[in-house]
Design a protein around this ligand. Structure first.
Ligand code: DAH
Length: 358
């Protein structure tokens, strides 16, 4: 009997299964009530009482071995089946490749489009100028004479000394170009990229974006400027937005002002974005200095106007609670993906998305 048990044990241990049928064969042979092991148990009754105990232990061991092996084989077979199924799922090489995910507009593109849309609703058109600009349009026409200390407010990248060519430091250069080439009434906004020789940090960058605004007509007043900017702030940030004007200085406007809104990030409680004041500056503005009108060949007796300028990054940061300027240029897909849903409010993109799904 010992020999027989050894042989069965070896057979069990060497057993391999490739499919369900083989597993069932194992079960019938070693586990079921008609198995070889069951038969051996049945034979115990013919053994002498002295040897019965020893044989019983031997058979129980054998039975345990068989059951353990059966469990192992079952688990093994399940695993293999899962793997095969998974392979079959992905390895149909005749299938077309999975479609790319829908892209998102960049948050700065979205913000710029929103700003443009808000001003278009009240009759402004869009104008553009070059990023590489001459000294006249970037500085001199805007009342920054040579060696004027106000030039130092904007650290400039110079392209050449003679003639003096710079990377524009602000989009105010476009208002000069518009005034030189058009007659009032002028209502225009000029979005674009600007450059300053600044270290890159969470709050400053050497390349950023601005939107310039210009309104020239007869009888344009400071009250018009305030109402226009109040309207913009409420449209952009919500009807509950609080605004305040502070006196300021720019060479090309007189009087000059800056507009603050209540901080959208901490809601006035105080945070590092508003430097714990509850207010954030978003726009520089003022009445166009008559000298600037003259510089652009406009009749400063007949016309008045206001101008304003804002940083698109700043608006986007407040609108979408972004606390680091560098995020805009890092191309981190996790960051950019968050703006997919926002795109859908743009009819053109919603249409494009629909087309892509077909
Ligand atoms: N050009 C200014 C800047 O870059 C912003 C600005 C201020 C523009 C006042 C304007 C203005 O048109 O009236 O800081």
């Amino acid at each position: 009997m010992l020999e027989k048990v050894k042989a069965i044990k070896a057979e069990i241990e060497n057993f391999n299964v490739k499919n369900q049928e083989a597993l069932e064969a194992f079960r019938l042979q070693f586990i079921s009530r008609k198995s070889v092991i069951a038969k051996l148990f049945a034979g115990l009754k013919d053994i002498t009482p002295e040897k019965k105990r020893e044989a019983g232990i031997l058979l129980n061991n054998l039975k345990n071995t068989a059951q353990k092996k059966f469990k192992e084989l079952t688990a093994q077979l399940n695993q293999t089946t899962k793997e095969v199924e998974a392979c079959q799922e992905i390895e149909d090489l005749t299938l077309p490749p999975p479609a790319d995910g829908i892209g998102a507009l960049h948050p700065l593109t979205i913000t710029q489009a929103k700003i443009v849309a808000i001003f278009k609703r009240i009759g402004f058109n869009v104008s553009e100028g070059p990023e590489i600009e001459d000294d006249w349009h970037n500085f001199t026409a805007l009342n920054f004479p040579k060696h004027h200390p106000a030039r130092a407010m904007q650290d400039t990248f110079f392209i050449s000394q003679d003639p003096e060519i710079v990377l524009r430091t602000h989009t105010s250069s476009v208002q000069v170009r518009v005034m030189e080439s058009q007659q009032p009434p002028i209502r225009t906004i000029s979005p674009g990229r600007v450059f300053r020789n600044e270290a890159v940090s969470a709050r400053t960058h050497c390349v950023f974006h601005q939107v310039e605004g210009l309104y020239i007509d007869t009888h344009v007043s400071f009250a018009d400027l305030k109402e226009t900017l109040f309207y913009f702030a409420r449209e952009m940030f919500g009807q509950d937005t609080k605004t305040r004007f502070r006196a300021s200085y720019f060479p090309f406007t007189e009087p000059s002002a800056e507009m603050d809104i209540n901080c959208r990030i901490c809601k006035g409680a105080g945070c590092n974005v508003c430097k714990y004041t509850g207010w954030v500056e978003i726009i520089g503005a003022g009445m166009v200095d008559p000298q600037v009108l003259e510089n652009c060949n406009m009749d400063a007796q007949a016309y008045t106007g206001f101008a304003f300028g804002m940083g698109i990054e700043r608006i986007a940061m407040l609108k979408y609670q972004i606390n680091d300027l560098r995020l805009f240029t890092e191309n981190d897909i996790q960051f950019l993906k968050q703006f997919v849903a926002l795109d859908l409010s743009f009819p053109a993109l919603a249409r494009a998305n629909k087309r892509e799904k077909i």
